[in-house]
Write a protein that binds this ligand. Sequence first.
Ligand SMILES: Cc1cc2nc3c(=O)[nH]c(=O)nc-3n(C[C@H](O)[C@H](O)[C@H](O)COP(=O)(O)OP(=O)(O)OC[C@H]3O[C@@H](n4cnc5c(N)ncnc54)[C@H](O)[C@@H]3O)c2cc1C
Length: 161
Amino acid sequence: MLKREREVTEEGSIREILDKSMVLHLGLCDEGQPYVLPMNYGYIYEDGKLTLYLHGAVRGYKYEIIQKNPRVSFALECDVAPFEGRTACQYGNTYASVMGRGTAVLVEDVEEKIKGLAVLMKTQTGKDFEFNEKLVSIVNVIRIDVAEFSAKRRPLPGTEE
Ligand SMILES: Cc1cc2nc3c(=O)[nH]c(=O)nc-3n(C[C@H](O)[C@H](O)[C@H](O)COP(=O)(O)OP(=O)(O)OC[C@H]3O[C@@H](n4cnc5c(N)ncnc54)[C@H](O)[C@@H]3O)c2cc1C
């Protein structure tokens, strides 16, 4: 990271970004051609290890790619707000973001699908939801085992510590 002072390393601050962002941009690679799509997510962050859960319809292009190449990257962000300046290059926007890479796994195990959807709904809504076998049979659940990630925050100019 070029601007090291903006790196976020404290666990609570990383959780805050993961809690607020709601949408991630999933980067896939289809035989050398990048494919990026927005998706909602849920997360588990334990002992420094980050795991993401995504869900979707049972068919779609993204699964075709994942089956061929499970290596993925992702980016998510929150607190995005534009600010102005006197000159063009002083304009910008605040943000907090997390980016990373990992491996996507199409979850087959029913119990893990139930867990993944509950995690996703907890992240998205802050509430606990229960799922059953019938409900999870109509969706696909993707787990992303995150191998590496970093977090960064750009505050309003003049407010940086
Ligand atoms: C804020 C947000 C949150 C979303 N959350 C989820 C989620 O949690 N789960 C989920 O499954 N989907 C979600 N979507 C929709 C998602 O981005 C995809 O449209 C969807 O998953 C289908 O992707 P696919 O690769 O299976 O494409 P397919 O349905 O197989 O379609 C293939 C083609 O359709 C076009 N296409 C697909 N998606 C988009 C798109 N978003 N915009 C424009 N063109 C597109 C592309 O050309 C692509 O090559 C979300 C979209 C938004 C904007």
